[in-house]
Design a protein around this ligand. Structure first.
Ligand code: FRU
Length: 434
């Protein structure tokens, strides 16, 4: 099944991007996948492949439960290339007590997590019966981390070995990141930990630590109950990291990776040209046509300029929108570009965007069904300048708004978006589409 710009499945449930990698001339993107129904349950790794980060082809399921340690799900993780092989790292979960009404779930907190590895010779063949191994057993010492909630290994090649970060927490009160090191990807040693400020949330999911081509280091972390506000948010920091000791210093305050209401659990990799490219999950309150739920945002390039983390639309998407993609899509993507000044408004088929108090506001209340747990309809950026370049990528159920080439991004899921676009902004509107 081919799909362009915003990848989503057409049946079942999808959450976090996993194992995102440019490998043997293609992008492989795995994802948390429950194929049977549009709700979360016993998780496998779905798989999609792209040559250009724009057109995606869905593949067969890559990872599924086979061992006692992953019998109830293959949670999030990452991929690296070693000796020509694709090496996958993920969290296996074992339910200690299943939910008696639905065996795809457990009684809350009654599960044990271990870290597993799996290899594939070519990125297409996955032998779940022969090629899996437990590399880090469940955490035994509660003072180090949580036996239940320690997960989402992100692995990278450092200058003298392999490194891994894991998300965890201390006493369910404070998020933490655990650092491991390995020479051979099979044997891993705990090296250090980074406690996060308790105010940021009780648990850190999907940590991603990477150095950018210019030398800056960035940490992405998805914090549960961020700032005690009752919802989970993905944040970014500029950071300093000492490989020898795995000492991580956060050099900035946390900032949202995306100021919309739905973005979560981003993951990055290095693209063909050496850029750091990020994908993130867009949470949806309800399935489309009662069939599928969950989308990914467009790929974004992560850069640091003057200490600020920018996430701009990947140039391949921009080019494809001008040139024309080959894939057949049910909704054609469009990119609108305009200059917003104080008091200016724009309306994209019912989604309202305006600048007020030097902040960009987005209100989706007329194109969204608020549900318990998904009530948010209004998004507001931090302060911006007098006049701001605002690019709006519109595609089916997702509208991404890029402010000043990725200084801030505001992405929102919408339902029933109309076709018209109006604005009182003075500047010209450029419409690029297929
Ligand atoms: C984040 C997350 C991860 C976990 C996965 C389970 O959305 O909770 O921490 O591995 O989803 O599907």
């Amino acid at each position: 099944m081919a799909r362009s710009v915003h990848f989503h499945i057409t049946k079942g449930w999808m959450n976090d991007p996993n194992g995102f990698i440019y490998y043997k001339g293609e992008y492989h993107l795995f994802y948390q996948y429950f194929p049977y129904a549009p709700e979360w349950g016993t998780i496998c790794w779905g798989h999609a492949v792209s040559k250009d980060l724009v057109n995606w082809d869905q593949q067969e399921i890559a990872l599924f439960p086979t061992l006692p340690e992953d019998q109830n799900g293959c949670f999030s993780g990452s991929a690296v290339e070693a000796d020509g092989q694709l090496r996958l790292f993920y969290t296996g979960v074992h339910y200690d007590e299943v939910d008696p009404t639905n065996i795809n779930k457990c009684v809350p907190d009654h599960l044990t997590s271990a870290q597993l590895a799996m290899s594939s010779p070519d990125g297409y063949t996955f032998d779940n019966f022969a090629n899996k191994a437990v590399i880090i057993p469940p955490i035994g010492d509660p003072a180090l981390g949580d036996r239940v909630h320690t997960r989402d290994p992100k692995v990278w090649r450092g200058s003298d070995g392999w490194y891994m970060v894991l998300g965890s927490n201390v006493d369910r009160k404070q998020g933490e990141i655990l650092f491991y090191r390995s020479d051979d990807l099979a044997h891993w040693t705990f090296v250090n930990r980074k406690l996060m400020d308790p105010g940021y949330g009780w648990m850190c999911e999907c940590p991603d630590l990477f150095a950018l081509p210019g030398g800056d280091t960035v940490l992405l972390a998805s914090m549960m109950d961020y700032m005690g506000q009752g919802h989970d948010e993905s944040v970014c920091f500029t950071a300093g990291f000492d490989e020898a000791t795995c000492d991580l210093k956060l050099l900035s305050e946390p900032r949202l990776v995306d100021y919309g209401c739905d973005f979560y659990a981003p993951q990055t990799t290095t693209d063909e040209a050496g850029r750091r490219v990020m994908m993130g999950w867009m949470r949806m309150p309800e399935p489309v046509d009662n069939k599928w739920i969950g989308m990914f945002c467009a790929p974004r390039v992560v850069e640091v300029r003057d200490g600020h983390v920018y996430t701009s639309l990947h140039p391949n998407v921009r080019e494809a929108l001008i040139k024309k993609t080959l894939a057949t899509t049910t909704h054609r993507p469009y990119l609108f570009s305009l200059q917003l000044s104080e008091g200016n408004h724009a309306n994209v088929g019912g989604l309202r965007i305006w600048q007020e108090g030097h902040r960009i506001h987005v209100d989706r209340s007329s194109v969204y069904h608020a549900k318990p747990g998904y009530e948010h309809v209004l998004s507001v950026t931090p302060e911006v300048g007098d006049t701001n370049k605002v690019e709006i990528l519109v595609h089916g159920h997702l509208v991404e708004i890029y402010v000043n080439n990725g200084q801030y991004v505001v992405s929102n899921i919408v339902y029933g978006l109309g076709g018209s676009f109006t604005t009182d902004a003075n500047a010209e509107i450029t419409v690029i589409g297929l």
